[in-house]
Ligand binder design. Structure first.
Ligand code: HEM
Ligand SMILES: *[C@@H]1O[C@H](CO)[C@@H](O)[C@H](O)[C@H]1NC(C)=O
Ligand SMILES: *[C@@H]1O[C@H](CO)[C@@H](O)[C@H](O)[C@H]1NC(C)=O
Ligand SMILES: *[C@@H]1O[C@H](CO)[C@@H](O)[C@H](O)[C@H]1NC(C)=O
Ligand SMILES: *[C@@H]1O[C@H](CO)[C@@H](O)[C@H](O)[C@H]1NC(C)=O
Length: 306
């Protein structure tokens, strides 16, 4: 009687070990040619669909890039941001009335399914769409690693806690990136994603008046920008009006995001804080001056999200 019990315990352990190995294996097995045989036209299908979407609305490039980012920060890049249901990440604060492009994902998925049925994961579709979005916006290309499995559960709490907030300071941002294995260099280059797209008044209006109870606007926001943003976002407004994250070129994937920061023209507090003086920076001159140098020399956020 004792023996089988012990055996079964061992078997459970071994099964667990194998499961772990398989999980590790799956992670390390991502390859660029994962669908070479099962869906040889995959990249072209996605590019064509993205092209059509951008012809219709250029902002979709930004929206699809952001979807991939918001997918990856919650339980890894597993497509969970696409799931509906009671724990849907779509209703987490960073996504509510904000994340967009789900209809474009659906049309890409439909186009893929008609040529290669049931083989391409939605997580991989988001990863490829983000690359095409950047490329079609005039940005750099990168090789997309493929072979992700779609998650079956969403995690709204994970999205609320794990995604960075526009009010986060630099240490909070660094910590949230570190929690998913990304470095300070990754923080700086990936933040370059804000070279395209729009943001609503509600995510930056706290900078426009009585910033941090000082009675004045955020001193690290360019004064002429303060004036024009105050016009866009009156205190009585609904907060839904939008403006460019990169004041220089809204839909062009270029280096202006970083130039803006040097000129106090970062739109979000969380953007400008990567560069501007703040107590954190004064306390850690070494690390943050390194960060500054990286901003100046960074090449427009070319790093892929893993
Ligand atoms: C560093 C921390 C980050 C914070 C705090 C942040 C926050 C935000 C906020 C508040 C918005 C505007 C949302 C709205 O108005 O509803 C936004 C938009 C956007 N974010 Fe970020 N973000 C961060 C990092 C990133 C990264 C890493 C990427 C991609 C590489 C990215 C890509 C975008 C894009 C493309 C948009 C515009 C989306 C559109 O126009 O539809 N962001 N972000
Ligand atoms: C969801 O995310 C939270 C916060 O990161 C975490 O504590 C929790 O374990 C996650 N739940 C699932 C089911 O992954
Ligand atoms: C700014 O906010 C603080 C705290 O909420 C408040 O006491 C103060 O009166 C405000 N100042 C102005 C100019 O609105
Ligand atoms: C802002 O937009 C969201 C959805 O896009 C909507 O639910 C909300 O009512 C809008 N706010 C106002 C005051 O119109
Ligand atoms: C954008 O930046 C370029 C290069 O720095 C500059 O020549 C141009 O005037 C800027 N355009 C706007 C609209 O700010």
């Amino acid at each position: 009687m004792e023996k089988p019990k012990f055996m079964s315990k061992c078997l459970v352990l071994v099964a667990l070990l194998i499961a772990c190995l398989i999980i590790n294996n799956v992670e390390s097995q991502l390859t660029t040619d994962y669908y070479a045989n099962t869906c040889p036209n995959l990249f072209w299908i996605v590019r064509r669909q993205m092209f059509n979407a951008l012809m219709n609305e250029m902002r979709m490039a930004a929206s699809l890039l952001r979807l991939h980012f918001h997918d990856c920060f919650v339980n890894g890049c597993d497509g969970s941001i696409l799931l509906d249901g009671s724990d849907s990440e779509k209703f987490a604060f960073p996504n509510l009335n904000s994340a967009r492009g789900f209809d474009v994902v659906d049309s890409i998925k439909t186009a893929i399914e008609s040529q290669c049925t049931g083989v391409v994961s939605c997580a991989d579709i988001l990863a490829i769409a983000a690359r095409e979005a950047v490329l079609l916006s005039g940005g750099p290309a990168w090789q997309v690693l493929l072979g992700r499995r779609d998650g079956l559960v969403a995690n709204r709490t994970g999205a609320n806690l794990g995604l960075p907030s526009p009010l986060d300071d630099v240490d909070q941002i660094i910590a949230k990136f570190a929690a998913v294995g990304l470095s300070i260099t990754d923080v700086v280059s990936l933040s370059g994603g804000h070279t395209i797209g729009l943001a609503r008044c509600t995510v930056f209006s706290s900078r426009l008046s009585n910033f941090s109870s000082t009675g004045s606007p955020d001193p690290t926001l360019d004064a002429s920008m303060v004036t024009s943003l105050q016009n866009l976002c009156p205190t009585s407004g609904d907060g839904n009006a939008t403006t460019s994250l990169d004041v220089n070129s809204t839909y062009r994937f270029d280096n202006h995001y970083f130039d803006n920061l040097l000129n106090n023209k970062g739109l979000l507090f969380s953007d400008q804080v990567l560069f501007s003086g703040n107590p954190t920076r004064r306390r850690r001159p070494n690390r943050l001056s390194r960060l500054t140098v990286k901003i100046v020399h960074s090449s427009s956020g070319a790093s892929p999200i893993p």
